[in-house]
Design a protein around this ligand. Sequence first.
Ligand code: CUA
Length: 285
Amino acid sequence: MVFLVVAAGVIWSVVRFRSRGLSTTEPRQVFGSRKLEILWTVVPLAIVTGLFIVTVRAMVLIDAPQDSDRPSDLVITAHQWWWEARYPNGAVVPWDIHIPAGRRLRARIESADVIHDFWVPDLARKMDAVPGRWGYIWLEADKPGTYAGTCSEFCGAQHAWMRYRVIAESESDFEAWMRYWKPQPNNEDDIPGSPVPLAVRLFADKCSSCHARTATDESSSGKGPSLAHLASRETLGGGIMRNTPENLMLWLTDPQAAKPGNRMPKIPLTDAERTTILGYLESLR
Ligand code: CUA
């Protein structure tokens, strides 16, 4: 619109004031116009002032002052390229972030590597995730529902695939979900006659230095997302693909083909080992 208005004015001036004939005298010159000067100062000033007032009002509405004594209700950590939420009961959840609807949560936003930005347009303002700094936002959903979130600060090759969902549910559903993610012992390998000793051993050998396998597994470095309840997730890799056995196998075979640039190296595995680990991952409901 602006381009069209300006272009039309230029064309009109070129045609209207073009030199006619071979006259050598200059056309009439106009110096200054108080009326115009005032007009083009006051009008933009009024527009900017109006926008400023509307913006400040919206900022106050969506970003109530933080109570710095209040402990955070959940800690959200950004990684290249996935998100992780930690709950007060110790659960570490690397995909959908569940919250109780109608309750205002104080979320602490952190980064494990570079600058990211937490953004769920329907629920809260944006907050940068800056390495070495904590940012706090209020996260609140008035009614139950699924709200899409994404990283909104360019953070590397897979910035676009840093998707997550915030799932707001009733208090009772939320409590049930928290019980599902309750702290679990990490000791199947110690149970005599455990049905999956080989798989568990393989996982411990090949995967566990980066990936946890239960909600509160502290034995892994957490460099990669926790694989707790992996089989019940809908997507893999920050939303880049559906969670199917074929796609999971691709991560085991060639992680860089699954999501180019991600931090997972190719793990040397035989076909039999891959099949065993896949079966184990598919059992993590
Ligand atoms: Cu993380 Cu963009």
